[in-house]
Design a protein around this ligand. Structure first.
Ligand code: DHB
Ligand code: FE
Length: 291
């Protein structure tokens, strides 16, 4: 059976791609951001997942405002990243896992989630940059296959935190019922608090971000008490991307242990966050098996 070994949630802002392309990782502005990732990469190189199920939001590369599914699950053999106009180099092609995609899709539809299924799907910075930060993927060599799951956090009406939480739980149950013996990590991208436009442009809410990071460890369901409107008010119009983190966390079963956390203000217009939660009993079992 497939096992979910942990969740990793990360900010996804496009400027990261520029900093990597220009080799700015050790510059004082960027160092506190990039220094957070090696411990998570070390964990990944220890557990060696086969698949990453990635919850994120598209920003207009694949879905535009005229065609906006609430939830969309990738079912493609591969996913291409293209130029979005941010001036960052596209990261090429990411391998998919169609068999797992269809298993998740069937499970979700059976569980009464009316999702869109995408046999073709471009992936934007919300997918490509966290993947790059976690695995590098030099020369297109990605050691994991991906199943991207897109959540509309860009255009009202958006799904509620409660609905996202239920989606995450259903995706988690789908993965755990997958008959192949594969190791899976779930990713949630975006956030933390930020607002790119309007009168509150530049808005950051450290107190709310800290509350979210704490709640995601111990009591993720408590975050479902917020309406989307409240989340926008508390986290900013784009900080509502926290929905991707809530969904990823809901997919993680069992007793979780926080192995790593970073919070740094600001990178670009955003409160940058990174959090690794391990499914401790499953990782221990895996370690026992491989010695
Ligand atoms: C920024 C943050 C985002 O989440 C995004 O999608 C684009 C830009 C930013 O802070 O610059
Ligand atoms: Fe974003």
């Amino acid at each position: 059976m497939a096992t979910i070994l942990g969740s990793i949630c990360s900010t996804h802002l496009p400027a990261i791609g520029g900093a990597i392309a220009k080799g700015l990782q050790q510059e004082p502005y960027w160092k506190p951001f990039f220094d957070a990732y090696p411990p998570v990469r070390d964990w990944l190189s220890r557990i060696k997942p086969d698949v990453a199920v990635v919850f994120s939001n598209d920003h207009g590369l694949n879905f535009f405002l005229n065609n906006m599914p609430t939830f969309a699950v990738g079912a493609a053999a591969e996913y291409r990243n293209e130029d979005e106009g941010w001036g960052i180099p596209p990261l090429g092609v990411f391998p998919g896992d169609q068999e797992l995609s269809w298993h998740i899709i069937n499970h979700l539809v059976d569980s009464e989630f009316d999702i869109a299924t995408c046999q073709e799907m471009l992936v934007d910075h919300a997918f490509s940059l966290p993947m790059k930060l976690l695995w590098d993927g030099k020369d297109g060599n990605w050691p994991v296959r991906a199943v991207p799951i897109n959540i509309n956090t860009v255009q009202i009406p958006m799904p509620s935190a409660r609905r996202c939480y239920a989606l995450g739980k259903a995706v988690g149950a789908a993965i755990e019922s997958y008959p192949k013996d594969i190791k899976v990590v779930v990713l949630g991208t975006g956030g933390l608090s930020h607002q790119l436009d309007g009168q509150r442009a530049g808005f950051i809410n450290k107190k709310f971000d800290q509350l979210c990071l704490d709640s995601l460890v111990a009591d993720p369901e408590s975050l479902t008490r917020y309406s989307t409107r409240e989340l926008i008010e508390l986290a900013g119009t784009q900080g509502v991307e926290i929905l991707n983190w809530i969904t990823a966390r809901a997919a993680l079963p069992g007793n979780v242990r926080e192995l790593h956390r970073n919070y740094h203000i600001p990178i670009s217009n955003t409160a940058a966050g990174l959090q690794l939660l391990e499914n401790e009993p499953k990782v221990r079992e895996l370690q026992r098996r491989v010695g």
